[in-house]
Ligand binder design. Sequence first.
Ligand code: NDP
Ligand code: GDR
Length: 374
Amino acid sequence: MTKKALITGVTGQDGSYLAEFLLQKGYEVHGIKRRASSFNTQRVDHIFQDPHEEKPSFHLHYGDLTDSSNLTRIIAEVQPDEIYNLGAQSHVAVSFEAPEYTADVDAIGALRLLEAIRFLGLERKTRYYQASTSELYGLVRETPQTEATPFYPRSPYAVAKLYAYWITVNYREAYGIFACNGILFNHESPRRGETFVTRKITRAMANIAQGLEKCVYMGNLDALRDWGHARDYVRMQWLMLQVDEPEDFVIATGQQHSVRDFLVWTAAELGISLEFRGTGVDEVAVVAAIEGDMAPALKPGDVIMRIDPKYLRPAEVQTLLGDARKAREKLGWQPETTARQMCAEMVEADLQIARRHALLKTHGLELPVVLEDG
Ligand code: NDP
Ligand code: GDR
């Protein structure tokens, strides 16, 4: 029997990698996409199958985590063996701007899915994965963080995800649903949204190197994160639903780096060495030297990074470092890509895009460069 999976957030970074992974495993994959006024399926277009030409194993349904009747109808139609709830307003800084919407999608969205499972009598059939987050630890109480570390959320996003975490545990205990939380630390890739810090850096620096932008504006360079690769992390999301008993797992690399480190690595991938001058909001990054031909638009002395206080958060999560021993011991999971390797992959992908734009520009076909804001 072909297994069926339903993915919320299929058009996002993780959703696209998970859909690919499950299709390779022979699943029939159903994804929920939001109605938007322009196309929003770029990350899954390469796995789209035209229903007019073949019997597809990948299906997209219009839906929204704020709409209970829509979610219940889709689940009733699909009768999924597994639901992966990856959909979210996932930007921490944006959650301070849109706290109520974030709570509706990220907290109550999880409840809506779990209630639909219960309402439809699928408690014994449908397994549920909740995309929980290291942001739950917020103001960290111990380092490294494990499944037993107390939570202290520091943003409307994290508080909403705290509700989703506990409602998942509650429905597991109250109704016997196979429901579990993956407490995932930051994970990135060339498909990462352009306003998260790693992608903001690789994209802007590639553009700057090619003369498409002058300077990138950043927030807190001292924040420390445990960065892994999204491809490694979706494998774990699936593994968690394949075991006999539902449990919650931390997924992390166990290595920590600063935002400043990520800037330095990105520059190095482009043949640029950086010198940081000044402190606080006056800190800047200056080009100290250039090797190779990847940054034709730059010369030593150029200032290519400045601080803009608007990117500082009202309450910051300063440091996160995960201990994924439980996942390693119980599920045999290990990350395969280091943060440095992932940075190289992201720079390579963004440099290709920037070079195409630069080439068009030399032929008088300039495309607008959308500046990041996040
Ligand atoms: P993305 O922001 O890339 O993707 C989020 C997805 O959710 C997109 O498909 C988005 O649709 C969809 N979405 C947003 N709002 C709604 C809504 N109201 N109804 C239905 N779908 C909606 O996130 P990631 O792929 O990086 O993360 C996946 C999940 O994992 C999220 O829940 C995130 O909070 C969580 N997480 C992520 C971590 C990371 O480091 N990446 C770490 C820990 C947890 P659209 O494309 O239309 O915007
Ligand atoms: P985070 O990711 O908040 O950890 O949430 P993000 O990449 O946005 O920020 C990481 C750290 O970098 C600092 N920072 C900046 N961040 C952004 N976006 N833009 C900047 O200019 C900038 N300058 C410094 C931030 O202050 C922060 O400390 C991500 C999301 O994917 C969540 O959905 C997920 O739950 C967590 O990771 C784990």
